[in-house]
Design a protein around this ligand. Structure first.
Ligand code: MN
Length: 251
């Protein structure tokens, strides 16, 4: 069984496009947030109860959870599913999750939560913010990527999950698959200052400008060049090089 979740909410097109493709591989259980949870990162719900509702969409049953993507994975594995899934797939997110955005991403955090709980996780995001994006093509590319990599032993054993980003291109213009590292360059963004009808000022984080000449070895660069980017990521945030330095120096 595959557990399918996301951060755009259970009604998002990207989730159901992926459901169509993954259900060709076997049973798929859908447990996803009842409302959009983009950019909630790895947040979990502690101060409110978690409500779980069964919903039926196009004849398919799923669970809508009043929480975050990480909540969905926790409650699916801990309570809702009859047995542990073979894999947790999160997406398809509307918008890429590359570079520093990986840290803010609810989509990626669902996959990370899976690997923390000992289950293979894969996050899938599409390099488009258009509501009309071609999720059918993206979902097919996601399934093909999953099938291609599912034999990789490291995925199951060492707490790594895969962060997959798909170009928003017709399948015949996708250049292939690249294994990448996470870009760590700072984001270029700004707050848009606006005034509401009662003349109160408010701000909206907006417009992340394209980076010039991105490094092709990174998730950002590979995606920009038209490749499917696959980045292995780990929840252990220790910086081992610094640890070694700290341990060898006298304090
Ligand atoms: Mn999202």
């Amino acid at each position: 069984m595959i557990l399918l979740t996301n951060d755009d909410g259970i009604y998002a097109r990207g989730l159901w496009a992926l459901y169509e493709e993954l259900s060709q591989l076997g049973e798929v259980a859908v447990v996803a947030p009842e409302s959009e949870q983009s950019a909630v990162g790895h947040a979990i719900t502690l101060t409110n109860p978690l409500r779980v509702k069964k919903v039926t969409l196009d004849g398919v049953e799923g669970w809508a959870v009043s929480g975050t993507p990480a909540d969905c994975v926790k409650i699916a594995l801990g309570e809702l599913l009859p047995q542990a899934p073979e894999m947790v797939v999160s997406g398809i997110n509307l918008g890429p999750n590359v570079g520093i955005n990986v840290l803010y991403s609810g989509t990626v955090s669902a996959a990370t939560e899976a690997s923390i709980l000992g289950v293979r996780g894969m996050a899938v995001s599409l390099n488009s913010y258009k509501g009309s994006a071609d999720f059918a093509t993206a979902a097919r590319l996601a399934r093909e990527t999953l099938v291609r990599l599912q034999g990789w032993a490291g995925w199951a054993s060492n707490g790594v999950c895969l962060n997959v980003n798909l170009p928003a291109l017709p399948a015949d213009r996708v250049l292939g698959l690249r294994f990448t590292r996470q870009d760590v360059g700072p984001l270029t963004e700004h707050f848009e200052r606006r005034v509401d009808p009662r003349e109160h000022v408010y701000y909206w984080l907006a417009e992340i400008a394209e980076r010039r000449d991105p490094d092709p070895e990174t998730d950002y660069g590979a995606l920009a060049a038209g490749f499917i980017s696959v980045t292995p990521i780990h929840h252990d945030l220790t910086d081992y090089r610094s640890l070694e330095t700290l341990k060898t120096e006298k304090w």
